[in-house]
Design a protein around this ligand. Structure first.
Ligand SMILES: C[S@@+](CC[C@H](N)C(=O)[O-])C[C@H]1O[C@@H](n2cnc3c(N)ncnc32)[C@H](O)[C@@H]1O
Length: 316
């Protein structure tokens, strides 16, 4: 294999995902380069994508109650913060009783820069460009004695993990925490198939552009030649598994060359690459997930307009 590619995690993961037997895949975290983060931000404004507004409504309405559940002297870390827009209400509620220190953790430098600009006036914003667990380990090492950590994992991003992997992931977070630390976990709930179809395949094509940008990113960063016009965005609701899957479907037989990964990959017509899975939850599921991962569910808030649950987990 081409030596430079070995040092490049992106190239390695692209190679692994596109050469695996059965379903081709690409890790969803690579959807978020500067262009992808901007497109995701646009998705959150789409009328069909009610998820972000539901999450924001719950936080806005219950920020004081959420803060009231926490001990004094809290340090806030947010996993996959994106622009952090929804977090403002929570930080403002916290500021009524203490100095705010907030660590947004994200793989997207562009999203972190926006987050620091927007939330800077509320407190000390200390961005960490990293993956989730690495970033949280870093924050946990920086905390002073007597400080309690509040970890935010909003937007139902936990849904990007398949069921068992989600519990393993929560357990990995738990290992970074101490008893009494808290995790505010947003979970999008099961809803009618038509509503989910529109949310993940909007008529304006913004979600399609977000998905296709992953191939554009591979072209830009890994010297590849995917023909974006020969792929189309597909969103599938798997009722049995309770998840939406996003795919890129090849319209024709084609071969792509990913030079920095030393990879030639072919696609038969209608073959797909799975780029993201979005698990949906029943309201009672977070309690059981929490239990399995070493937390207890301390409180849960639901949105009245768009089925969504905000769950406050406490490390036991
Ligand atoms: C679905 S968006 C959610 C953004 C925001 N939390 C919200 O609720 O609107 C996922 C965010 O997580 C970031 N992300 C994805 N995979 C990541 C990973 N493995 N480690 C750190 N950040 C990641 C992305 O850059 C993006 O900002």
């Amino acid at each position: 294999m081409y030596a430079g590619a070995l040092e490049n995690e992106f190239a390695r993961e692209v190679r692994a995902g596109l050469t695996r037997s059965g379903q081709k895949t690409l890790p969803c975290r690579y959807l978020y380069d500067d262009v992808g983060s901007a497109l995701f931000e646009a998705i959150t404004f789409l009328p069909e994508y009610g998820l972000t507004r539901a999450d924001a409504r719950i936080i806005q309405k219950n920020a004081r109650a959420i803060v009231g559940c926490l001990p004094p002297n809290v340090l806030v870390a947010e996993l996959g913060s994106g622009s952090g827009t929804k977090t403002r209400a929570l930080l403002e509620a916290l500021r009524r009783r203490q100095v705010v220190v907030y660590y947004p953790i994200d793989v997207s430098g562009a999203a972190l820069a926006k987050c620091a600009r927007e939330l800077g006036p509320v407190g000390a914003v200390l961005p960490i460009e990293s993956t989730y667990v690495r970033g949280l380990t870093d924050v946990a090492e920086r905390r002073a004695p007597g400080q309690t950590l509040l970890v935010l994992f909003l937007g139902s991003t936990i849904g990007n993990f398949e069921s068992e992997a989600a519990v393993d992931f929560l357990y990995a977070l738990r290992l970074c925490l101490r008893p009494g630390d808290a995790l505010l976990l947003g979970t999008d709930l099961v809803k009618p198939a038509e509503q989910l179809a529109a949310a993940y395949d909007d008529p304006a094509g913004v979600t399609a552009a977000f998905n296709l940008n992953l191939l554009a990113r591979i072209n830009r960063e890994l010297d590849a030649d995917f023909d974006l016009r020969q792929f189309e965005h597909v969103a599938r609701w798997d009722k049995q598994a309770q998840r939406v899957e996003m795919h890129l479907r090849s319209r024709i037989y084609q071969i792509a060359n990913v030079r920095s990964a030393d990879l030639l990959v072919d696609f038969v017509p209608n073959e797909t690459i799975c780029t993201e899975t979005c698990q949906k939850f029943r309201p009672e599921q977070p309690r059981e997930m929490a239990r399995q991962a070493g937390f207890r569910l301390a409180a849960q808030w639901l949105d009245a307009e768009w089925p969504f649950a905000e769950n406050l987990l406490v490390a036991v």
